[in-house]
Design a protein around this ligand. Structure first.
Ligand code: FAD
Length: 284
């Protein structure tokens, strides 16, 4: 389908983008890679009279690693996340997860900022950002604020971001934790039926910390503190993994859709969470 007519704006700095947002209010939307927003416009599920393309704003681009702090500009593409070797060294789970998003064509255009700002429960990066305890920087007319990824998601497509704010960057710490991103999908390029990010640290043969977050198993990404608690202090043996999976399943609330009924999704989720924990432990 062809989208409804819209006016195209292409500012060269953040101030310019904010001023178009302020002028047109909820009639305006920013455009990043366009691989979620344009399909919605073509399907006439999003009506956007004013489209503000962010691609000329240099301040929104780039990957910076200073000491232990990693900063991703919102307009960094998923392809750039995959191919940046320094990022892989500092936080290898990013590459593993990004490689499981869609297909190369989508990843060349789709951005980390669009992926986390979108609020689609099927997007893979929000759960991962909760697992990493990332912070999102939002800039608006009233200034700049930072929101933890763990507090950002309210319900499907509803986030803590105000309509007139732009997400500029994502910040988190480098980690040497054992890691795994596991995803079950119906076919290559598909969104998750169930996905799980796991990070585990250990001392000797005991788990000292864990973070377990799930994708597309509720209307928001879900970080399961109970699953992490079930693992800490154990040697990640079969009983501990089983307890952590049971705890994680208590925290999700999948709904029936074309990826299957609830019982099927719970079954798939159990397998995916178990695989993620086991593989993260093997790398800890
Ligand atoms: P856009 O589509 O440009 O924007 C998405 C939304 O975020 C819009 O509402 C926009 O206004 C807002 N936005 C964007 N940037 C900002 C910003 N800086 N500040 C404030 N708001 C902003 N994603 C997955 O995670 N996993 C998948 O398996 C997957 N499969 C896909 C398969 C196909 C065939 C397609 C077409 C897409 C798929 N996607 C998947 C989505 C893809 O990753 C998108 O690129 C991503 O969700 C959105 O990023 P974008 O840069 O394209 O954002």
């Amino acid at each position: 389908m062809i989208p409804a007519a819209f006016e195209y704006h292409r500012p060269s700095d953040i101030a310019g983008a904010l001023s178009v947002l302020a002028e047109h209010g909820d009639e305006a939307r920013v455009l990043a890679g366009g691989h979620s927003l344009i399909p919605m416009m073509k399907l006439r599920m999003a009506d956007v009279p004013h489209l503000i393309d962010l691609q000329d704003i240099a301040d929104l681009k780039g990957i910076t690693i200073e000491g232990d702090t990693i900063t991703l500009g919102a307009m960094t593409t998923q392809h750039e996340l995959i191919t940046d070797d320094a990022l892989f060294t500092a936080c290898p789970i990013i590459r593993e997860a990004a490689l499981q998003i869609a297909d190369p064509q989508v990843r060349y255009m789709g951005t980390i900022g669009g992926n986390v700002a979108n609020g689609d429960p099927g997007n893979d990066m929000p759960g991962l950002m909760q697992c990493l305890d990332a912070s999102f920087t939002l800039v608006g007319a009233d200034g700049t604020r930072s929101v933890p990824a763990r507090d950002f998601y309210e319900s499907a497509y509803m986030t803590e971001r105000d309509d007139e704010e732009i997400l500029t960057q994502i910040t988190f710490s480098a980690t040497g934790a054992g890691y795994a991103y596991e995803k079950q999908k119906r076919k290559i390029g598909d969104y998750a039926t169930a996905a799980c990010a796991a990070l585990i640290t250990k001392d000797g043969d005991k788990v000292t910390s864990a973070a377990i977050a799930m994708t597309n198993l509720s209307d928001v990404p879900v970080l399961s503190e109970a699953a992490a608690t079930a693992l800490v202090g154990t040697s990640c043996d079969a009983a501990a993994v089983k307890a952590a999976v049971a705890a994680a399943l208590e925290d999700i609330d999948p709904t029936e859709d074309n990826r299957g009924p609830v019982a099927f999704k719970m079954h798939v989720a159990g397998i995916i969470i178990s695989r993620a924990i086991t593989r993260a432990w093997s790398r800890a």
